[in-house]
Structure formats: C-alpha cells, structure tokens
Design a protein around this ligand. Structure first.
Ligand SMILES: [Zn+2]
Length: 138
C-alpha cells in the first residue's frame, strides 16, 4: 500500500529534453533566457504556434519571431491521475495573441484547473535540454 496522495498538492511533471532544430533554435535560445517567442506572419499578420518557417494560414515564408508575455486562458485540459510521477495535467492554452498551445499545467492542484482560467507561461528545466514552456495560474 502506498500513501494516499494529497489531492491539494501542486502538480509537477518531468519533461524530456525538447528536440531542437534550425526552425526552433531561436525559440529555445530565448527560452534559456526566460523569454517566450511565437511566430507571426508578415503577409497575413496572424500569429501562429508551434513556430514554423512557413505560415500555416497563407503559406508565406515571411514569418518573424515576436516576444510574447505568454498570457492566455485555458481552452481545455485533462488530468492524468494515474502516473508513476504523480498526477499531471495537459491541455490547450489560447494565447492573447490567438494561437493555441498544447502544454503542461504546473503549480496547481489537479482540482484547481478550470476552462477559461487565466494562465501565464513559465519555463521548467528538462532532462538535459533547454527549459520548456509550461503554464501556471496567472
Ligand atoms: Zn500568413
């Protein structure tokens, strides 16, 4: 028998090292400085996530990096209660700039999340790679 877990304990989750490539190098370099970057298209002006060289809306190759405050609201989420490292939650955050980001939620108990809740990005160390963006209640 294991000890029952405190249901009000804040969730954390080990995150494997992200895969860094030429398209995302600038993102991970900024992440090491605690800055959250998104991409915006020069032609159609829409912001997108995840970062890509080609705009997913109009296929333009004129995309630029933009620093974001990393603020948004929870669009949807799911809590995994059965995990060897304890409960964790993943879901989508709709950034104030528009794009939806698939992410992990931290610094909150499993029953503390709600659709529409305001959240803000923070960076969490990964297993041997650059820090990864996660979201916590704002
Ligand atoms: Zn575009």
């Amino acid at each position: 028998m294991s000890e029952p877990r405190d249901p009000n304990a804040a969730m954390t989750r080990p995150i494997p090292a992200p895969v860094v490539n030429v398209e995302t190098q600038a993102f991970w370099d900024a992440a090491k400085e605690g800055r959250f970057l998104i991409k915006r298209c020069v032609d159609c002006q829409k912001a997108h996530w995840y970062p890509r060289a080609i705009c997913p809306f109009c296929a333009s190759s004129e995309t630029v990096w933009e620093e974001s405050p990393g603020e948004g609201v929870i669009y949807t989420y799911s809590v995994m209660h059965r995990s060897p490292t304890g409960p964790y939650a993943i879901g989508y955050v709709t950034l104030d700039e528009g794009p939806a980001v698939l992410t992990n939620f931290v610094d909150v108990a499993p029953n503390g999340l709600a659709i529409g809740m305001k959240v803000r990005v923070k960076f969490q160390p990964t297993e041997g790679g650059p820090p990864a963006p996660v979201f916590a209640p704002a």
